[in-house]
Design a protein around this ligand. Structure first.
Ligand code: SAH
Ligand code: SF4
Length: 409
């Protein structure tokens, strides 16, 4: 099916979801990097490791892969030479290749990561972005190539859904970032037991390409690899899953994933949200907020983030701001106002800065700390439109949007 037909089917026939066009085709020699523990145990079984040893071997390999960042079986000295050779015959510890890397003056890094296509000659690319702040470093990762949905302000939404990422491909994005940032524990640190040092990648947000709740199992399993305390060890309190509002799977995520949650709200009336986030026609605002109210473990210390992209003349009036705080009343919530990041061909513009400030004042007066009002937020504001230089590949606007999105706790 061509992308045009695929998109048409999604928008004009009343269906709001697209279907994947491809499946993941495993390479002849798969990589162990990112595999959930049960798959890794299976890989060991295939390599001749007897059942009684598997747990211990999984644990050892887990340490090499996710604490030490091993890029070769040869360095895994706690495994016998024979086992290393047997593993190397069937598997690799390679990472998905980086097709392009962009580094901004403020430390933001964006990687285009290549993933295999069903046809070897046609690989895919997804984005992964690192956003450093004074108190954290947030990695924004992708869950699908393209997206199931067609949000009208989102560039990914204009693309067809090519395929879902596997759990391993989801977790591998954190491994790639730690590689590129030199964010692994060295042998001396590990011997001293000082694995508690501050990590460059301390937080993860699932806000790259794709709708994570339409790739549920892989996202759940990938998050479990990222959160595993013997490995990458980024706790679920520091992992935020962002959804456009797949209501049944929000409930399921509460039961089976337990990460933090962000909701792409973007509008306070169903009429407008139907246009911006067409999935709203299936799961309207009232149902969405009900699922949020029932999300387990909510408290003032554990809030849901509501994302609100600022679109000039569309959703940015002060009446909208007042309606927004009314709507969220009673839900432990945080509101992230995201400056719209324009793309070629979009019908929208980013709200003017003084309008974003006025909007954020209403939000702030209702008791919500809003990123654009924090000290860091003011830095962002000051930087708006000024930092762009010929040498920078990420636009100031893009970095702005990314920073606002990264402030989830
Ligand atoms: N599909 C998920 C997660 C990926 S999008 C979701 O929709 O929540 C991550 C966030 O970026 C969402 O809040 C999305 O609405 C927002 N977003 C998408 N395009 C944007 C743009 N051009 N400018 C600013 N934010 C955008
Ligand atoms: Fe998909 Fe999220 Fe973009 Fe909507 S905003 S099209 S759900 S990636």
């Amino acid at each position: 099916m061509s992308s045009a037909v695929n998109t048409l089917a999604a928008t004009e026939t009343g269906f709001v979801e697209k279907h994947p066009l491809e499946r993941y085709a495993a390479p002849a020699q798969p990589s162990l990097v990112g595999m959930p523990r049960d798959m890794l145990a299976q890989a060991l079984a295939e390599s001749g490791v007897p059942e009684r040893q598997r747990r211990m071997r999984v644990q050892q390999i887990w340490h090499w892969l996710y604490v030490r960042g091993a890029q070769d079986f040869e360095v895994m000295t706690t495994l016998s030479k024979d086992l290393r050779a047997a593993l190397a015959q069937r598997f690799t510890v390679s990472r998905p290749p980086i097709a392009a890397e962009q580094i901004s003056v403020d430390g933001t890094r964006k990687w285009l990561i290549q993933l295999p296509g069903e046809r070897a000659a046609a690989p895919h690319e997804v984005e992964c972005v690192y956003i450093p702040e004074s108190d954290r470093g947030t990695l924004c990762i992708s869950s699908q190539v393209g997206c199931t949905l067609n949000c009208s302000f989102c560039h990914t939404g204009t693309q067809r859904l090519v395929r879902n990422l596997t759990a391993a491909e989801i977790a591998a994005q954190v491994v790639i970032a730690r590689d590129r940032l030199g964010d692994w524990t060295s042998s001396s640190e590990s011997d001293l037991g000082s694995g508690e040092r501050r990590r460059l990648v301390s937080n993860v947000v699932m806000m790259g390409m794709g709708e994570p709740l339409y790739n549920f199992e892989a996202v759940r399993d990938g998050i479990n690899v990222i959160a595993d305390g013997d490995g990458l060890s980024i706790s679920k309190r520091r992992i935020t899953l962002s959804t456009s509002g797949v209501v049944p799977n929000i409930t399921r995520a509460g039961a089976e994933i337990g990460s933090m949650l962000a909701i792409s709200l973007h509008a306070v009336s169903d009429d407008l949200r139907n246009q911006l986030v067409p999935l709203n026609r299936k799961y309207p605002i009232a149902e969405l907020l009900e699922a949020c109210r029932n999300y387990p473990g909510l408290s003032n210390a554990r809030r849901i983030t509501f994302e609100y992209v600022m679109l000039k003349g569309v959703n940015d009036s002060l009446a909208d701001a007042k309606a927004l705080v009314r709507l969220l009343k009673g839900i432990p919530a945080k509101i992230n106002l995201i400056p719209f990041n324009p793309w070629p061909g979009t019908q929208y513009e980013c709200s003017d800065w003084d309008q974003i400030e006025k909007f954020s004042e209403v939000v702030f007066a209702a008791g919500y700390a809003s990123p654009v009002r924090t000290p860091r937020g003011r830095d962002i504001l000051a930087a708006c439109g000024q930092l762009k230089s010929a040498s920078e590949k990420l636009s100031a606007r893009e970095r702005l949007a990314l920073r606002a999105m990264a402030m989830t706790d």
